[in-house]
Design a protein around this ligand. Structure first.
Ligand code: AMP
Ligand code: ZN
Length: 475
């Protein structure tokens, strides 16, 4: 049974600051643009909070029966990538290739579904130039004394509608060449940056001059190339809201005369030590850092996923331990289902499944309420474990539960394939062997002690007439 009703699907739209019913332009299909990494360094798990939120969004849309076309750009030319490559003395593409490769490795390890397109800025210069030319022709852009082309924000009547700033209150005619700046510094911004010495060998000879694109024009040009002039959804971290997304709207809408994006969705910060996780604060972890500490990427995914995307939360290793425990609980449950062969629960298991499906879907439909969805899932696991404890799940019932769990995991991406055989850790295997030896030697005290040790790591031992049996305890 595929849940196809998207009747109740609602998202919080940053443009209107309200939750709105989601209706795509084209029935059944969603066009979604997600600002990708700036490949000047290894992405940290704060960046991956954004990409995992977008992955959850995509998976939920698919669960609800939509086809999704997702575009995620790779910003491989901007102030930061140029600076990095110059400091190392290597070519820009050689410099960014390392971080692009690392990014895709992490995407796979975090079980993030691939977007349909990953356009690179350096491969779309002609599209950007043609958009800039259009803005010049229409009178929204002008050439500054330094040869750069700027966007004149006072010409676009809706400037500031996303970030809610008023252009009249700003200093007229002031210009900003940098890619990033604060709301208070909203000025005419660079669409095309005339070459200067700091750019070194990075430039293109084009109809708008020798130079390179500004960051914002990259996303307008690439989103419209792959998705058309109006997109259903555009996502990014909250820091992208201004100036990046405001400027994307100004560029795109001035050029086409059409609404650029129907739904803007922004994720909040992942914090660390109480502050935004960021390279500049030296408070960040990469996925590799955490894997070196022995954590499974699935636990990282779970942790980044489990808090609602519009809420900030603080990353800690204790939090990651808890995420690990949550995944173990789900995996153990799957093993128990696989081995179930009980008397039958009457209507109970069916009712529990219906309740889970209803509560999970209602939560996710309401602006991706993943915390409530997970709460519903763990309630269900607890009650189904009770049925298993009393040996009340028939094989077929257990299979139905397994398939529901697998379907919901298609949205969460945290359990994955459960191995055919439950595997014991090396530690547990060693303990079981030692206990057998103790029993042979009739050393019951040691055998009992080892039984307790095994219990503490979630392995339950039963001495049956056919020998010793073990199972994993529900947790
Ligand atoms: P960047 O590679 O800097 O362009 O960032 C990639 C994505 O990560 C953007 O959508 C950012 O908004 C997002 N981002 C950066 N830092 C954090 C953080 N600490 N928490 C959540 N999202 C972040
Ligand atoms: Zn962007």
């Amino acid at each position: 049974m595929k849940a196809s009703s998207a009747e109740n699907l609602r998202f919080f739209n940053t443009l209107t600051r309200t939750k709105e019913k989601f209706v795509p332009i084209e029935e059944g299909n969603v066009k979604m643009y997600t600002c990708g990494p700036t490949v000047y360094d290894y992405s940290h798990i704060g960046n991956f909070r954004a990409f995992i939120f977008e992955d959850l969004l995509r998976r939920w849309l698919e669960y609800r029966g939509f086809g999704v076309t997702q575009v995620m750009n790779l910003t491989d030319v901007d102030d930061k990538t140029i600076k990095g490559s110059r400091e190392e003395g290597v070519q820009l593409n050689e410099y960014t290739a390392r971080y692009v490769k690392a990014f895709f490795e992490d995407v796979a390890r975090l079980n993030i579904q691939k977007a349909e397109h990953y356009p690179r800025a350096t491969e779309h210069i002609p599209e950007m130039v043609s958009l800039i030319k259009k803005l010049l022709e229409k009178g929204y852009a002008y050439r500054g004394k330094d040869g750069s082309v700027y966007y004149e924000i006072s010409k676009f009547k809706d400037y500031g509608k996303l970030a809610r700033i008023k252009v009249e209150e700003l200093k007229a005619g002031a210009r900003v060449k940098a890619d990033e700046y604060a709301k208070e510094e909203a000025h005419d911004f660079a669409l095309w940056k005339a070459w200067d010495e700091e750019d070194g060998p990075v430039f293109w000879e084009t109809e708008v001059g020798k130079g390179r694109p500004g960051w914002h024009i990259e996303c307008s040009a690439m989103s419209m190339k792959y998705l058309g002039e109006t997109l259903d959804i555009h996502c990014g971290g909250i820091d992208n809201l201004f100036p990046h997304h405001e400027n994307e709207i100004a560029q795109s809408e001035a050029a086409t005369g059409k609404k650029f994006v129907n739904y803007w969705l922004h994720n909040e910060w992942l914090l660390s030590e109480g502050k935004r996780m960021a390279k500049s604060f030296h408070n960040y972890y990469t996925l590799n850092d955490l894997m070196k500490k022995g954590y499974d990427p699935k636990a990282v995914r779970y942790l980044l996923l489990a808090t609602h995307y519009r809420q900030q939360f603080n990353f800690t290793l204790e939090g990651l331990e808890a995420a690990k425990g949550a995944i173990e609980r789900l995996t153990n449950f799957m093993y128990r289902l696989r081995d179930a062969d009980g008397k039958g629960s009457g209507e109970t298991s069916k009712q529990l499944m219906e309740r889970l499906e209803k509560n999970f879907s209602e939560a996710m439909d309401d602006d991706l309420g993943v915390s409530e969805a997970l709460a519903a899932l763990f309630d269900f696991v607890r009650e189904a474990n009770n049925l298993l404890d009393s040996n009340l799940l028939r094989k077929e019932e257990a299979q139905q539960v397994q398939s529901l769990m697998t379907r919901l995991d298609g949205v969460l991406g945290i359990i994955g394939e459960v191995q055919k055989e439950a595997k014991l850790s090396k530690e547990a295997e060693g303990l079981i062997t030692r206990r057998e030896e103790a029993r042979k030697a009739k050393d019951w005290k040691t055998a009992d002690q080892i039984r307790e040790q095994l219990k503490a790591i979630g392995v339950i031992i039963e001495d049956t007439s056919q020998g010793v049996k073990w199972r994993l305890e529900k947790r």
